[in-house]
Ligand binder design. Structure first.
Ligand code: ADP
Ligand code: MG
Length: 605
């Protein structure tokens, strides 16, 4: 075939495909137009999952009578004038493509009356061709009705999912925009049944409740991106850190106890625009590191506010991807804000001192918090170097009331009663009975102590390492040797000094001092195993994962009987943790049976 320029009609249909992929994308574009028009009310009516009809009515500024036809032309927009405007887009739309794209693949009726005009216009189009136009009486605002979507593009129609799926996708867009615009009243109906409404009260909590229901809504934690030093700096009249000072993060994050099988519950907005962004999604997931069970994902509604010129929204016709001028700052800002919120300024661990002293525990644990029992069998990994926080010594602490079971909060004061099955510690607390998984709890303790120490030591040569009297040789496969050779620096950084020792063998010279009871060979093999399971890890991510793995090796196993003193020390140390409710892999460390549950079980109520 010779080269020809495509007919206008065909070109529009091809272009339309990028903007209007399915009913939900029409809904998205029309809502964006309503919001750009300053609407305070947006009514969305859907029939047949959007295939039969999508109608969106708003009370925005309306389209002037003499511009109604123009609005449906390709690349016609009132939102951009010059190339410079593209540098700092402050409206949701700007490409002038949506109405043209929608019109090219459906039968559209638009009724609009602009602010200040006496009468409105009704325009009907079929496949972008004008069918009729008349002057009509209409309230200020715009109603766009899109009927028989893809009636002239059968190929598209074939690719639509079931009506249920299309409905769900539409619901997602409507609720996202309701979240981003709490001061706008949204109403959505499917086949004349109202399925969602927001009040337009301006309060995000109201929308969150409308979208997620009161049970979930009341568990959510408000994001706070103000660092303490920054707040102080601001008080002192200084601006924030120049690095990411202009990125503001707000919204909500779910507690770690709320988790889902996929990442769809993480939703992101940049300057009021819903976006997809793998990197920022990962920033949220990272913030929950070690707090969620493996394979589970958190929920979060994150709003980023950045200066319009520091983000490029012109990446794709659907405008759901953006590029940040400082992607790392955005990542860091999101991760920090979420982490800080969920870990919380946990009710100071020192509050447990009163009980700690009365339980007869010595505050001078020269040999580590866990005293050695005489009948200790084999190797104990409990010999930890743990110092009580300063506040204890000063006796400044007071007991606080028990906290609800949120990942980011402390444990109540517990008294150890005994051990069951050489695996669980039984403890009593103000709110009933607690069963603690000794392995999971110890893993959590080691992990947090390790991370604390690691962060403290990082400035120097990495974590404090303890030399082994005689090195321990470990044999590995050639593949493993290659892997290990690449990561020797990193291992040294976390306290493992490992040297090549002949072909396919390595000598472990030091191990992290904090884990002095670790079996060096076993630990190295675990580390290799962890490296093998990683495809393309980030440098810092490997370190954290290795630490996690090492803590798992070092933690006391089920099957090891513990003395009262060891158990008491473990419970105290667990109470000191920032996230005591889960092990670093996300399994629970303890099970709580409340007094009322017990009473119920015994038929006392
Ligand atoms: P864009 O939103 O990128 O400008 P669209 O094709 O979506 O492109 O819309 C074209 C133009 O039509 C807009 O720039 C706007 O001036 C006008 N318009 C569309 N929808 C509305 C609406 N609901 N209220 C007022 N004006 C609208
Ligand atoms: Mg638009």
């Amino acid at each position: 075939m010779p080269i020809r320029v495509l007919s206008d009609q065909l070109a529009s249909q091809i272009a339309a495909g990028e903007v209007v992929e399915r009913p939900a994308s029409v809904v998205k574009e029309l809502i964006e137009n309503a919001l750009d028009a300053g609407a305070k009310t947006v009514n969305v009516e859907i029939r047949g999952g959007g295939r039969q009809l999508i109608q969106i009515a708003d009370d925005g500024c309306g389209i002037p009578a003499d511009e109604v036809e123009t609005a449906f032309l390709r690349h016609a927009t009132s939102k951009l004038a010059t190339a410079d405007d593209l540098e700092s887009v402050s409206t949701l739309g700007f490409r002038g493509e949506a109405l043209a794209a929608v019109a090219a693949v459906s039968q559209v009726t638009a009724v609009s009356r602009a602010e200040g005009q006496q009468a409105g216009v009704r325009l009907t189009l079929e496949g972008a061709k004008r069918v009729s136009r008349e002057t009509v009486g209409a309230p200020q605002g715009t109603v766009i009705a899109v009927a028989n979507l893809f009636y002239n593009v059968p190929a598209r129609l074939k690719f639509l999912k079931s009506v249920t799926t299309e409905k769900r996708l539409i619901d997602e867009y409507v609720t996202r925009y309701a979240l981003a615009y709490p001061d706008v009243r949204f109403r959505l109906s499917h086949d004349s049944r109202i399925t969602f409404q927001s009040s337009g009260s301006g309060r995000l909590t109201d929308v969150v409740t409308a979208v997620y229901g009161p049970d979930t809504a009341k568990q959510l934690l408000a994001l706070d991106d103000r660092d303490v030093p920054d707040a102080e700096a601001q008080d002192a009249g200084q601006s924030e850190t120049p690095d990411d000072g202009k990125i503001h993060v707000s919204g909500y994050a779910g507690p770690p106890s709320l988790h889902y099988s996929n990442r769809k519950q993480i939703i992101l907005f940049v300057n009021g625009r819903w976006i997809r962004d793998n990197s920022l999604t990962y920033a949220v997931i990272q913030a929950y590191h070690t707090l969620l069970p493996t394979g589970r994902y958190p929920m979060a509604i994150v709003f980023l506010d950045v200066p319009a010129e520091s983000v490029d929204v012109n990446v794709h016709p659907a405008k759901t991807e953006v590029r940040f001028r400082q992607a790392n700052s955005a990542f860091g800002a999101v991760q920090r804000a979420v982490r800080k919120t969920i870990v919380g300024d946990s009710p100071v661990p020192h509050t447990h001192f009163a009980s700690l002293q009365s339980s007869g525990w010595s505050t001078a644990p020269e040999r580590g918090a866990f005293g050695r029992r005489d009948e200790d069998v084999g190797q104990s990994s409990l010999n930890l170097d743990w110092k009580p926080p300063a506040a204890v010594v000063n006796g400044e602490s007071q007991a606080s009331s028990p906290q609800p079971n949120l990942g980011g909060q402390g444990l109540p004061i517990m008294r150890v009663v005994g051990q069951v099955g050489a695996a669980y510690i039984i403890a009593e607390g103000p709110e009933g009975l607690y069963l603690i998984d000794q392995h999971a709890a110890h893993e959590r303790i080691l992990f947090e102590q390790f991370m604390d120490r690691w962060q403290a030591d990082q400035g120097d040569e990495g974590i404090v390492a303890q030399g082994l009297v005689s090195g321990v040789a470990v044999h590995v496969t050639p593949n493993q040797a290659t892997l290990l050779n690449e990561q020797l620096d990193l291992l040294a950084h976390i306290g493992f000094q490992v040297e090549p020792f002949g072909p396919d063998a390595f000598m472990v010279r030091t191990i992290p001092a904090l884990l002095s009871k670790l079996d060096p060979a076993r630990a190295l093999l675990d580390v290799i195993d962890e490296l093998e399971h990683d495809e393309k890890p980030l440098f810092s991510a490997i370190e954290a994962r290795l630490i996690l793995r090492v803590c798992k090796s070092a933690a006391v196993k089920a099957g090891q009987s513990l003395s009262m003193r060891e158990m008491e020390a473990m419970v105290r140390q667990l109470e000191e943790c920032d996230s005591p409710h889960t092990c670093p892999h996300g399994r629970p460390t303890l099970i709580h049976l409340s007094a009322s549950q017990l009473a119920k079980e015994f038929g006392r109520t």
